[in-house]
Design a protein around this ligand. Structure first.
Ligand code: HGY
Ligand code: MN
Ligand code: MN
Length: 413
């Protein structure tokens, strides 16, 4: 077990995770909630925590908690998630979990004795890649999503979240807002790889978060009429692919005009045959902007665009909101306290304060308990891609920064 994490200690732990769910061809990860890969990652977490003498508990929503000392209320909690988007990078999520475990090693090596309960957490299903709603573990725990709605969500194969939880040994009858788990979180600090170019442009290895852009996901389902690709005259077609195309192009233009971003990264075409006019196109819109009103304006415009296009093309459309995350402004006093605890550590000087367009469990929990985030420099800013990266030296600096912030919270007033 490493005592005071260095580059090689970081690499040892990091390398244990590297092969899990990795596509050998693309290098991208497929680590979706409640799959075999997820189970492997969860087993890894349990093993790594126990190797450090931490006691592991699974809460009612399948989140994993590793306690240093006795569990209790008002704990200092740190961690992140282990799941990925399709074709995701290695760092988004796991960096926060690995750094949390190595921060425990560092605190121990420095003789720190926690004066408050302390836990490392691995939240379940942060990306929402399988059931559509991001941050499911923290949303269920906090009650930010209703239990019945969550449990009825289906993956692309028709499996419900309730069924997936059961299959993984988590009883869905006990899922939902967890008062005990919530009471135990006195403060949550999530370390995360930065997902933009903020820190690299500022030439800083770590920073702290100020805010998360409001964002959400919307499902547009177009339904037309299947028919033969060769014998159906253009004038006779009810092709759902056409309003879908209008939506993608018009949505991008609308986003650019409003100063927002819009992504259509997931599409299902039914029946998906080369020589058949499709019957259905299901498309998912991810929309984000600095202001809530801008996201709402964009989403309304895009819905109108879809309805107009569908009407013109003789196709029906249904639009539904799958998730919404309002603007998050992290607790300024906690953020400054963290920055103060970290500033001056070599090679960190001043600690930049950054906003982000990426969602996090810390953002969900911010509505219930004080939360803060530490970002680690990403040399290209690329994320949700196999090209996502952080240099080992920066990762180790991140561990040191996290440990300092935690020490301050564990032993200070
Ligand atoms: O989609 C997001 O912003 C996050 O990475 N879950
Ligand atoms: Mn992500
Ligand atoms: Mn993440």
């Amino acid at each position: 077990m490493p005592l005071d994490p260095t580059t090689s200690d970081f690499r040892t732990l990091w390398d244990e995770l590297a092969p899990v769910g990795r596509d050998r061809r693309t290098g991208g990860y497929a680590r979706f909630a409640w799959t075999r890969e997820d189970a492997t990652l969860r087993e890894w977490f349990v093993g790594a925590a126990r190797a450090r003498g931490l006691d592991v508990e699974v809460d009612r929503n399948g989140n994993l908690w590793a306690w240093w000392g006795a569990p209790g209320d008002d704990a200092v909690v740190t961690g992140s998630h282990l799941d990925s988007v399709p074709g995701g990078g290695a760092y988004d999520g796991p960096l926060g979990v690995v750094s949390a475990l190595l921060a425990v090693d560092r605190l121990r090596a420095q003789g720190v004795v926690p004066e408050r309960p302390f836990a490392v957490v691995a939240f379940a299903d942060e990306e929402g890649a399988r059931f559509g709603v991001a941050c499911m573990g923290s949303r269920l725990l906090s009650g930010a999503i209703g239990r019945d709605r969550a449990l009825a969500l289906r993956d692309d194969a028709g499996v419900t979240l309730a069924e997936a939880l059961s299959a993984a040994g988590v009883d869905p009858a006990h899922a939902g807002r967890d008062e005990e788990a919530l009471r135990r979180i006195g403060v949550f600090v999530e370390l995360h790889v930065e997902q933009g170019r903020g820190l690299v442009d500022l030439d800083a290895p770590v920073g702290v978060a100020s805010s998360i852009w409001p964002h959400g996901r919307w499902h547009h389902r177009f339904e037309g009429e299947g028919n033969h690709a060769g014998t159906t005259l253009i004038a006779d077609r009810h092709d759902p692919m056409l309003p879908f195309a209008d939506l993608v192009l018009g949505g991008r233009e609308a986003a650019a005009e409003l100063g927002a971003v819009l992504t259509v990264g997931r599409v299902l075409v039914g029946p998906n045959g080369t020589n058949a006019i499709p019957v259905t196109v299901d498309a998912w819109i991810d929309a984000r902007a600095p202001e809530e009103a801008t996201v709402r304006a964009l989403v309304e415009r895009v819905e109108r665009l879809s309805r107009d296009a569908a009407g013109r093309r003789g196709v029906s459309v249904e639009v539904s909101e799958e998730s919404w995350s309002g603007l998050v402004s992290f607790d300024a006093a906690l953020r400054d306290r963290l920055a103060g605890a970290v500033a001056g550590l070599a090679p960190i000087g001043a600690v930049p304060v950054l906003g982000t367009g990426a969602g996090h469990d810390a953002g969900v929990l911010a509505a219930y308990v004080p939360t803060a985030m530490v970002f680690v420099r990403n040399p290209t800013g690329v994320s949700h891609s196999p090209a996502e990266h952080a240099e080992e030296a920066d990762c180790v600096t991140g561990v040191h920064a996290l440990a300092s912030a935690l020490e301050d919270l564990l032993t200070g007033e």
